[in-house]
Ligand binder design. Structure first.
Ligand SMILES: [Mn+2]
Length: 290
């Protein structure tokens, strides 16, 4: 029995079909997605149908929730489908109820004991002694902050980092740290409010949002000691490499297919070293950036 764990598909159905064809699944094999099957790319419904099609041929298909699936779950619940973002509405309308249910009813992490692999979407924090409950309904209720971290974390503050923190006065908002290296535009002050900018220290290992990452920060796996086993993750596109990104106790599988990179995977088989499998993107469907 073999397991194919693959990176963020983001609607790249054609590349997904090519990857699975190259893997050549046989009954009993397993296809596992690190999440973010949908959005940004050309054919999200095609991704869902491709994967479900394989289950009908005796191949086990599993995925964990990515931040985009979590966002869709929350949007569906809070809006009852009433005012979804346009691309999500189009997706929901294109899927059958059963397909949508399959897409959104997945765990936050899963473990394959036969090859000692744990699959997550984004990452874990260095101090954690447990993982959130894999059931998103339970995690969302009791452990929402860690659930969000698990589907969103990319970089952590490196040692001795200082940040510009912008406070927008007048909106009751929290301070927002801004990247020093990327020269992002400042947020607009609300009517009657104003911006305050201060430099602060951030603690080593702190969570940083996408717009807060700067020089001197580290990818979370560089601080991960392997306590939850070897983690296979996506979410963070590694754009200048042409092999899965190996860390001591984790492997990054998002090589930015939707950004014109690769749809990347590893093939795991008991008693064998993981072997990479890659399919080149057919186009640059979306731009990586801010
Ligand atoms: Mn993601």
């Amino acid at each position: 029995m073999r397991t194919l764990i693959f990176g963020d598909v983001h609607g790249c159905a054609s590349e997904l079909r090519a990857l699975i064809a190259a893997f050549d699944p046989r009954p009993g094999d397993r296809l596992v997605s690190v999440g973010d099957l949908i959005r940004k790319g050309p054919d999200s419904p095609g991704v869902v149908r491709t994967l479900r099609g394989w289950t009908e041929r005796g191949v086990r298909v599993e995925h964990v929730l990515g931040n985009h699936e979590v966002h869709l779950r929350r949007s569906m619940r809070s809006e009852e489908g009433g005012s979804l973002e346009r691309d999500l509405r189009t997706l929901v309308e294109a899927l059958t109820e059963e397909e949508l249910e399959w897409l959104l009813r997945a765990p936050l992490h899963l473990h394959d004991p036969s090859v000692d692999a744990r699959v997550i979407h984004a990452g874990v924090m260095p101090g954690w002694t447990t993982l959130p409950d894999p059931d998103p309904a339970i995690a969302e209720r009791w452990d929402a902050e860690r659930m969000d971290t698990m589907v969103r974390v990319r970089s952590l503050a490196g040692p001795g980092q200082r940040r510009r923190v912008t406070k927008v006065r007048g909106d009751g908002g929290r301070g927002r740290t801004l990247d020093l290296a990327l020269d992002l535009p400042l947020p607009k002050a609300p009517p009657g409010g104003h911006l305050e900018i201060a430099e602060v220290e951030v603690e080593e290992g702190s969570f940083l949002g996408l717009r807060e990452i700067g020089a001197g920060d580290v990818n979370w796996p560089t601080l991960y000691d392997g306590r939850f086993g070897h983690l296979y993750f996506g979410h963070q596109p590694f754009l200048k490499v042409d092999a899965p990104m190996r860390f001591p106790h984790a492997t990054g599988l998002d090589l930015g297919c939707v950004y014109g990179g690769w749809l990347a995977a590893v093939v795991l088989e008991p008693g064998r070293e993981p072997s990479p499998l890659l399919v080149a993107a057919e186009a640059e469907y979306s731009r990586w950036g801010f």
